[in-house]
Write a protein that binds this ligand. Structure first.
Ligand code: NAD
Length: 556
């Protein structure tokens, strides 16, 4: 546990300014789960204990466990006969009850010193790093269909890093103070937002759910958290860990609910102070529109933070290192079945390199094992999240099968008998404007366009202009002039930009994450500025000598 050295200084008014030493935090090491290692044994035990089991997940409102009659199930993606969680949807009245319960806790929580709030998140991170790691990984594997390493980098490493780094940034933010000129002293109070924050999380990262609810809470806000139906078991486990770490019961309300019912209800409340959303573009647009339609209701302008989808690219120049391109693309396109917001789903390859890249991609493709990540640790990725996702991706494959511009050069089969399985699919497109080169697929499908070497400048402009997204992208080139040119042309095409590295794999505090254009509000989760979105600072000036007269010298 990291100790916080706190020095309290008293200003002449008695206002207490807190000065805290910088907090040393490092990225959580990632375990490699080798045969016989203690982490492997702990994980195997947790997986064994949870196999075939169903976790009961209530709504947690005002500190009470509540069940409604609207029962739902979270199914295991790679074995849909396994119900991973049983939960219920909160209705409108219950969501309103959650809002009121949160508001009742606001003042006390907001006034608590930030160091004390931070300690709770350091403690939660320690619990996940130690005692609760194996359970949280196992729930993420069964519930969201992740492999060992994908669960580890998400539910352990990233979530721990979010909690620890945000806590560090929150404590250090207190040092950001204005200058003072005699006879006055100035200070900034980092108040929370006035009202409640609604956190709406996606299925694909356990860590994101914890961060969407956790970061505003750390900054003194009260939160009404709607977890994703298809990440329910892991989200509830994170919530319980926060309570175990000392989070007061009413600070975060845990409110599983139907998306549109939740969206409609929270935007009706005059106390809505912010929405912390990660998910698809259409859902975020819906929420933004609801807020704008109801703008006259609110006591304050709600902060809208949304991290959404992408159509992430790999641009390959003729000077690129082929091995990096091939290995990076296999990982970026297919890890977690292409269900990372940063997954590479379009690639542009010069014709001089295409024969070699194609040959190597097809060879590596043959080695990819898709299957049950719990029973077979050699699995590279597993089934996609649910039936809706399966049907959507299948449509893209059918589009590729029927379009004369498109050729499926590897994969292309789908099978949902036991789980929602889609083969890793590589599609060559003759048309850079085919919808498959422009729209988010969110599955294990990559589309490749081969261009004449000497047209690379046109291709850079095409990458920049042919989709409305701006999330992640990568440039593979050894020629430094080309890299410089690509950086310039693609300046706004990606919030996270990679040079000779794949488009995925951002690490908290190393590559703060987020994109602009329709990919989101680019608030850079995992960076030092993210927490600023969850404060409404107050500037305080205190003057220590009386104002003796109102006239200015020149008037006399
Ligand atoms: P989604 O938009 O379907 O759902 C996200 C959340 O919104 C869920 O909890 C859902 O129940 C809820 N929801 C749906 N309709 C709603 C409504 N009308 N009002 C309020 N809430 C509503 O997204 P998903 O399928 O869970 O996640 C995948 C998407 O998320 C992809 O587009 C992916 O690119 C994106 N994503 C982006 C990032 C990022 O950081 N940019 C990270 C992860 C995922």
């Amino acid at each position: 546990m990291l100790g916080l050295r706190r020095l309290l200084l008293k200003s002449r008014s008695g206002l207490r300014l807190q000065h805290t030493a910088p907090v040393a935090v490092k990225n959580e090491p990632i375990f490699d789960f080798k045969q016989g290692s203690s982490e492997r044994q702990a994980l195997e035990k947790a997986l064994h204990d949870l196999k075939g089991k169903t976790l009961e997940v209530p709504c947690v409102i005002g500190g009470e466990h509540v069940w409604t009659n609207d029962i739902q199930y979270q199914l295991c993606p790679f074995n849909h006969s396994h119900k991973v969680a049983k939960f219920c949807y909160a209705d409108k009245d219950l969501i309103n009850k959650a809002i009121n319960a949160a508001l009742s806790a606001h003042q006390e929580w907001d006034l608590k010193p930030v160091e004390d709030r931070a300690q709770i998140f350091f403690k939660a991170a320690d619990l996940i790093s130690g005692l609760r790691r194996a359970e949280l990984l196992a729930r993420t594997m069964f519930g969201q269909g992740k492999t060992v390493i994908q669960a580890e980098i998400d539910a352990a490493a990233e979530l721990i890093d979010f909690f620890r780094f945000n806590a560090k940034y929150a404590v250090e933010l207190q040092h950001e103070q204005p200058i003072s000129e005699p006879p006055s002293t100035n200070s900034t109070l980092y108040r929370s937002l006035e009202g409640f924050v609604a956190a709406v999380s996606p299925f694909n990262f356990t860590a994101i759910g914890g961060n969407l609810a956790g970061a505003p809470a750390l900054m003194g806000n009260v939160v009404v958290w709607k977890p994703s139906d298809t990440a329910m078991a892991a989200s509830y486990t994170v919530y319980k860990i926060l309570l175990e770490a000392g989070l007061p019961p009413n600070v975060i309300q845990f409110v599983p609910s139907n998306g549109p019912v939740f969206g409609d209800t929270i935007t009706e409340s005059e106390h809505l102070a912010g929405i912390n959303f990660t998910g698809s573009v259409p859902t975020f647009k819906t929420l933004w529109k609801l807020v704008s339609q109801k703008l006259d209701k609110y006591r304050t302008f709600p902060r809208l933070i949304g991290e959404c989808g992408g159509k992430n690219f790999h641009f390959v120049h003729s000077s690129a290192d082929v091995v990096s391109v091939v290995n990076g693309t296999i990982r970026a396109a297919f890890e977690y079945g292409g269900q990372k917001c940063s997954a590479c789903s379009r690639m542009y390859v010069p014709d001089s390199l295409w024969p070699e890249i194609k040959k190597n991609l097809l060879e590596e493709h043959k080695k990819i094992k898709v299957g049950n990540p719990v029973d077979d640790f050699e699995t590279f990725f597993s089934a996609v999240i649910d039936d809706k996702s399966f049907a959507r991706i299948k449509k893209w494959i059918e589009h590729a099968q029927s379009s004369p511009n498109l050729t499926i050069i590897a994969g292309g089969k789908c099978d949902d008998k036991t789980g929602y399985y889609v083969e890793p699919s590589i599609i060559e497109s003759k048309d850079p404007h085919d919808p498959i080169m422009k729209e988010e697929i969110f599955g294990p499908v990559i589309a490749i366009y081969v261009y004449p070497d000497n047209k690379y400048q046109e291709i850079l402009h095409l990458i920049d202009t042919s989709t409305p997204f701006g999330l992640t992208g990568a440039v593979f080139a050894q020629d430094k002039n080309v890299v410089a040119e690509a950086c310039k042309v693609l300046r706004y095409s990606a919030g996270n930009f990679y040079i000779n590295d794949k488009s995925t794999g951002s690490v908290v505090a190393q590559q703060p994450f987020g994109g602009s254009r329709i990919s989101g509000t680019n608030d850079k989760a995992g960076g030092p500025h993210y927490i600023l979105r969850w404060t409404s600072p107050q500037s305080v000036k205190e003057t220590h000598t009386p104002l003796a007269k109102w006239k200015y010298p020149y008037m006399e």
